[in-house]
Design a protein around this ligand. Structure first.
Ligand SMILES: [Zn+2]
Length: 431
């Protein structure tokens, strides 16, 4: 264990310690974290009053209530665990639903993020001498872009902060500066790769695409349609990541590319069912994270609202840290149609792999008892019939869903206008 300047402990190789070593490390850091929460967080002071943490085990976590975005939003100030003058950055958590929460980061938290992203990038094979093009926002009170920048810097690689910019601008940067890796949203990088090919710009310098916000694998950890399109457009390896502002932790795939590794010294991962009971590895439920060693806004058992599963088998790369599989959907986006429970991603999977479709989005409506879904698509060529797409949707979902054709500009306007990530699901259901 190394103690960093700002106070938190790191052990770069702890993922290789073996299950027992990881368990011992996490147990010790969890006890320390719980004591810190009780001492400094007004929210946790009362909640944890009666607990004895000296012999607390990870399995005892179930005794502590979970928290989520709505509690964090409602009692935002009570979660701040440091005096105002120790806060170094204030960000807002993004999200497709609910009010944005203020998240406060201390010097130590920013240092922890830099370490987290540096080890994540390193596990994907990025190192000193690499040039990393960042195509994500670094300002506007988002933390992710800043964390990636700090991670690249900590790794001794070079950052190229072109941010959210036009295809032409990124193409110019790629031609001139020859980045070796790119960090960005996969559907955008797919557009960029196709644009480079069409304009005969050599992108073979790019060896790795670090993908944020959209999964690249399906439930069997096979490469998704989006992942395959990325592989076609680029001569690069693709790596999936999972992160959120509240959990102050990112999970990045290693060279084996079969789920994002949890950094064991920075977080404990649980998957919970609808009643809050922990589920075994492989079972699908809500991704719940206890971030360790956070000081600005420490949380215990934060329910992310993301639906996914854990993989606990040792990885081919030699790490024993559990991995997170692809996010299957948002809990809030769960649809109940004629007795079938389904997530919008099930439709996305079919639409992403349909060659006829240029762009698409979904609209859900209904009164809360039974939901209705309508799919809006723009076609690559006019005159194509939608029968085949409708048949594929029915085969995958066992549902007959209406599909309506719109001009490509109308679809793109909806998909790209509301958020920095493409939005393909619009929820018009009555709460
Ligand atoms: Zn691995």
């Amino acid at each position: 264990m190394n103690r960093n300047v700002s106070g938190f402990e790191t052990n770069q190789d702890c993922a290789f310690l073996g299950a027992k070593g990881i368990h011992q490390l996490q147990t010790r850091l969890l006890r320390k974290h719980l004591k810190l929460c009780r001492k400094h967080s007004p929210y946790y002071r009362n909640l944890l009053e009666d607990f004895d943490f000296s012999d607390f085990q990870i399995g005892n976590l179930i005794k502590i209530p979970t928290t989520d975005k709505s509690i964090l939003s409602e009692k935002n100030d009570l979660f701040v665990a440091v005096p105002e003058d120790e806060i170094r950055d204030i960000s807002f958590s993004s999200g497709t639903t609910g009010a944005a929460c203020r998240i406060t980061y201390t010097e130590s938290d920013l240092d922890r993020l830099a370490y987290n992203d540096a080890i994540g990038f390193a596990s994907a094979g990025i190192g000193r001498g690499d040039r990393v093009l960042l195509t994500c926002t670094i300002d506007r009170c988002f933390i992710a872009g800043l964390a990636y920048f700090m991670g690249v810097r900590r790794l001794g690689a070079t950052a190229i902060r072109n941010g959210i910019n036009s295809l032409e601008s990124h193409a110019d940067i790629i031609a001139r500066l020859k980045p070796t890796s790119i960090v960005g949203v996969p559907s955008f990088m797919r557009h960029l790769g196709i644009f480079l090919k069409e304009n005969k710009i050599d992108s073979r310098c790019v060896k790795r695409l670090i993908c944020i916000g959209e999964p690249l694998r399906d439930e069997n950890l096979e490469t998704s349609a989006l992942g395959k399109q990325l592989l076609q457009a680029w001569s690069a390896q693709i790596f999936s990541t999972y992160a959120s502002s509240e959990i102050v932790t990112s999970f990045t795939e290693c060279s084996s590319q079969c789920g994002g590794h949890l950094p064991p010294d920075l977080a404990i991962l649980e998957i919970l069912d609808e009643s809050g009971n922990p589920l075994p590895a492989g079972a699908i439920g809500e991704v719940t994270v206890t971030p360790l060693q956070v000081t600005g806004m420490p949380l215990i058992r934060f329910r992310t609202g993301d639906i996914g599963f854990m993989i606990d088998k040792p990885c081919r790369c030699g790490r024993f840290s559990p991995r997170i599989g692809p996010i299957i959907g948002r809990k809030a986006q769960m649809l109940k149609i004629k007795g079938t429970t389904i997530f919008p991603t099930a439709f996305f999977t079919v639409l992403d792999s349909s060659p006829e479709i240029a762009e698409y989005y979904l609209e859900a409506s209904g009164d809360g008892l039974s939901d209705k879904v309508e799919i809006f698509v723009a076609l690559k060529d006019r005159g194509i019939r939608l029968d085949q797409v409708a048949k594929r949707i029915q085969a995958k979902s066992r549902l007959s869903v209406p599909i309506r054709e719109l001009p490509v500009d109308a679809v793109r306007k909806n998909v790209f206008s509301t958020s920095r990530k493409p939005v393909r699901f619009f929820d018009l259901r009555k709460a």
